[in-house]
Write a protein of this length. Sequence first.
Lengths: 360, 360, 389, 389
Amino acid sequence: MDTALSETQELIRASIRDYLRREITFDRIRELESNGGYDEALWLHLGRSGFLALPFASPIGGGAGLVELGILVEELTRRASVAPLIETLTCAMCVERFGDPGLAGEIIPQVVSGGMRISPALLERDDRYDHAMLPFDGGAISGTKCFVDYAPSATHYLVSALDGGELVLALAEANPDNATLRMLDNISRLPQANVTFSRTPVRRVAGAEALHWLVGVNRVLSAVQRLGAAQQALEMTVDYVKAREQFGQPIGAFQAVQHHCANMATMVEACRFLTYECLWQMDEGAMDDRLVATAKNWAARTVTEVTMLAHELHGGIGVTEEYDLHFFTRRGKDRAVAWGSADETLRYLADTVGQQNSWH
Amino acid sequence: MDTALSETQELIRASIRDYLRREITFDRIRELESNGGYDEALWLHLGRSGFLALPFASPIGGGAGLVELGILVEELTRRASVAPLIETLTCAMCVERFGDPGLAGEIIPQVVSGGMRISPALLERDDRYDHAMLPFDGGAISGTKCFVDYAPSATHYLVSALDGGELVLALAEANPDNATLRMLDNISRLPQANVTFSRTPVRRVAGAEALHWLVGVNRVLSAVQRLGAAQQALEMTVDYVKAREQFGQPIGAFQAVQHHCANMATMVEACRFLTYECLWQMDEGAMDDRLVATAKNWAARTVTEVTMLAHELHGGIGVTEEYDLHFFTRRGKDRAVAWGSADETLRYLADTVGQQNSWH
Amino acid sequence: MDFAWTDEQEAYRQDVRQFASEVATQALFDEVRAGGAEGARGPLMRRAHQEIDRRGWLRMCWPTEYGGEAKSPWFQYILFAELHSAGVPYSLGTAGMIGPAIMTFGTEDQKTKFLPGIWSGEMRCALGYSEPNAGSDLASLRTRAVRDGDDWVINGQKLWTSGAHVSTHVWLAARTNPEAPKHAGISMFIVPLDGPGVTIRPVHTYAGWRTNEVFFDDVRVGGDALIGKEDRGWYIAANALDHERVSIGGYAELARSYEILLAHLREHRPELLAEPQVRVRLAELMVELHTVRALTLTNASIIARGETPTMQASMVKVASSEFRYHLGSAAMDLLGRYGPLSSASGELAPAEGRFDNLYRRSPILRFGGGANELQRSIIAQRGLGLPRQ
Amino acid sequence: MDFAWTDEQEAYRQDVRQFASEVATQALFDEVRAGGAEGARGPLMRRAHQEIDRRGWLRMCWPTEYGGEAKSPWFQYILFAELHSAGVPYSLGTAGMIGPAIMTFGTEDQKTKFLPGIWSGEMRCALGYSEPNAGSDLASLRTRAVRDGDDWVINGQKLWTSGAHVSTHVWLAARTNPEAPKHAGISMFIVPLDGPGVTIRPVHTYAGWRTNEVFFDDVRVGGDALIGKEDRGWYIAANALDHERVSIGGYAELARSYEILLAHLREHRPELLAEPQVRVRLAELMVELHTVRALTLTNASIIARGETPTMQASMVKVASSEFRYHLGSAAMDLLGRYGPLSSASGELAPAEGRFDNLYRRSPILRFGGGANELQRSIIAQRGLGLPRQ
């Protein structure tokens, strides 16, 4: 057991971090947030640098695992990046793992090259994962899928639907003729829409098992986003309280400030272990839904509490548009709800209390 | 609306407080705790000073209300008194309100004079208030009642039983020939026992409505005990941190210590309002079960958290037998569970969420 | 102890409640929402203000010598509580605390000049305390006011001057004696915001709420702009804060938000409301809301007795601001992906985006108006008598 | 990143688990309970200690030059975790941290003299740090050690010397240079507790657990009682604390307590376990337990890499001690009037009074071993680099 990154993992982190610090300013993020699109330059870079290939099998893919993808996601989150990375890669991984090899062979190269962006379209009005009512009649679907992240820039959707009694995942092209968007505005300011399909041609990808995996892996990767937002808010706060002086000394010298920071750091540290442990476990071919729910629950609580304490310690400057903290507060809260809120995960854990555990 | 005590209420408080500070040492309490009885001298004083008559109708009673009884209870709790005051008075008030006037006329003078001590015997093995399985066959009862506080020194028990389908309260004499005790030892170190009745002669007092009132009034008065324990732990802690020096200054000057104390005081202040509001409401002839559950829930959380923080700030000295803080930690936790724990009250509030409220 | 309203208070409460129910129309709510981040008042809200003033409902608590009826502060509490319970965002802004300060410290001329406008809501004051390097540490402020004949000339910069763009005046703390110790050389002024030398620059927040920087560049005001004695501003400002506090914390509005959450669940998400675990969360929030109520009424009761709350106002401030955050956060969690939708999502946003809004605004309540950390120190030092370090 | 045991670690874990299951008999549990507040070890526990030492399970992590096998600290972690998961209260007491200190700072003679007894559990050390006026502020200690020829003569008083009455020695911090600044004039000694001049007086706690005052009255020890350099005690003591920390927090025992609560509910209170609200509380506790596990393994992993945790040990200490309190408190609440029953109530007490016991002992873990407030300051200053005041 070792919680440190391996050398390769360190390299991945350093490489993406350097790029982001160098190339992406928060003012650029402000622009991206206001125009409702995604960061094409970043996406191009991710493709060219092989990051979009990371989790796929070689030779075309990077042969890395979810832990490495998690590292990438964490760094992107810490720079408030606007890119459908998790959405696209987990959908494509789902095709690779559960779909027809022919379909995978067609799709993955396009994903790797950056030409294809897929959004999972799983939720309906009743807001339940692992569940679908929209009927799949073999070749086409009709109906509305809700809360589809990055819908405006998606080239494809991976849609859950009901084929007779069976849950299936099906791939649809994002064709404005038969898939229309009703844009949503949420606290994250990231693009999101309800997508209404009307006789949209689709290809069946896989069944309920694939959906369960897709939800699970998105649960954990969205927990990594929570972690990244919390980590960033923590570090910004530590830097701020070291520099800001009141009453003749840095406010970071006050015990109340120190203890808030200590509590924030403790939450983040536990969150880091639990999320990466889940990713590692999935890389080992296992997935413990209760461990996932635990990590997710803690990550939701962490990002909510840590960003709020970050504001408390920043005071006025922290809530201004021109300061960068709000990216993490807003995105953090959206991610705290997405793919299972603190409440939803706790309900699941409550329902399954007392079942056998798989952790050390 | 005025949260201040009236002049009469201030007098009651000053009178009992002076007596307790003058006459009752904590070493005396240690002795009383180890011998399993009750404080006969205190009881005599309460009788002689008219405190045992406080809540009963004049001319024999003091004509005061539950608010005044609450003030008395709070002061007794703050001195860790060992006396079945709530038990005896609420049972007798129950007889006065719901019982036959003849029975009341017989019982209340004995209570007022100090000669009668009644313990409510309501719980059975399933630990539910407002509920009984023990059968009442008209003149006698047989079976076991659990967790009876002050059972060893009780002269009578007010027992809940099932008369056909109807809940009743019945008065039994504490006669060792037909009511045997199995002593319990709990964190409070106050006397408690399971009482097994075998063909014990009883007199019917009242029905389900009386039981509901008895449980409600005990819920609130036990919340006052929680309040008293928390208030005392808070004041001991404030005194201690003003005096104890470390790192060259009183520890009470440290921000972390100050903020713990501020949180403790805030919990206590809210607790005080909520508990006395319930007492006042009952004096007005109303009882809102949800307001009672709210007060009780908060009081349970308050005493648990406040006594624990008191220990954290006291350090080693606070957990020693010779220091007096543990009386409030131990009694506080017992009362935090008795008559509805934080969990039990929250379950009730959850079940009734959304119902109409009666508060300002 | 007494937990009931008097008959007179109850009758007044019914009057205000009746009035509030008439004012609280969808048209008013729409007008308020249209005011948006700028917080500008529209004609309906303006008319409500005038009507409240016409009825004398606010000034009834002031001493008779200032045109009041010397009623108990409970009447003011009831006024605000009933209006806010109905969703009417009635507030005098900062003028609500400056009125009493003028009554206590102002000259007769100042009272005549300022009080009527404050009561009618036509004179609105922004709070000019904070500066870039004087946040929690207010006494470090550097804005200067210098005597020039009978006038004062003001130079400096204020920050977080919320509402300056919709106010007529600023209640300004400025240094009048740079030689004196930090707290001792400050004076209070009422400065019109429309005069020459005043520049207001917007500062936008992610909470969807605008605040301002205000620059004072050789701003000249008459001698009667000084309220109270020169160099006594620290004391006057502290006293003004105390006055505001009968309605501190916004309990009524928080209770309304909680009820709206319940109503939303009942109407739109009955399947969630049926979940026992959801009900537990709602019950926990309700208990916490009750503690805010308890602290609010305890504090108000002390003020109503004519005493000064040593720590209870701070308790209300801490508890209410933390509850605001808990409520906003929990509501978003409970509502799943609907939770984070903002009002711009139209009818899909729960309760017109109220919970997103509550959540985004909750930090400001925690650090603003004296950060919760300062409030806890006040509770410990002023309330419990713990020593300063 | 790797979250699995190596094959060797897994095999070792199975070995220890097998051994633990053999040792963890009802007879052993009864013996431990009979030891009671005094904490005396009985023959079964003594035999378990000897057997663990015979197998070389503890010393395998020490460097080869001290008879160890230089295995990863994970082996020590696994040893403690498996024993505690099974309910075997294996501990070397303070000697577990003093062994490494002697290895690092002791002379060859001291190593030969002390290490075998420490490993076998026959030499047990109480911790002689605190004094009546040196609690959190340890550096204020006043116990004096004065050279007299080759010997040292010790005078003073220690407080909260837990286990002194069942120990052979005390690991004593004493002032050797009263002229030096507070932290600089302290040295560490190993002092036998059975010599003349040592008086041990019991201090009983409400937690049902005995601690002691220890008085030193002209206690004479040889020159070899000094461990490490004179006046360097502060550094040595801090280093010793670091060593203890691979198993800090007692996660395994806490997890066992949680499982026992679940088992108790399953067996004795199924009607409670069926309540959704009870299940929510249990789920919340489980999440918190996981955070203790996460912090524990993060900390141990840093130590296993040969690095020094700057803040993670403190995080474990805070989180585990708060969880202990939450678990004890919640268990008592969940179990209703059965909850507060202590073991003296016999079969009516849930899990033989475990939760009452957990609750009563939990304060000690919060202020003991460096109060949680100090730990938070360590996290902030040493871990996050925040400035001292």
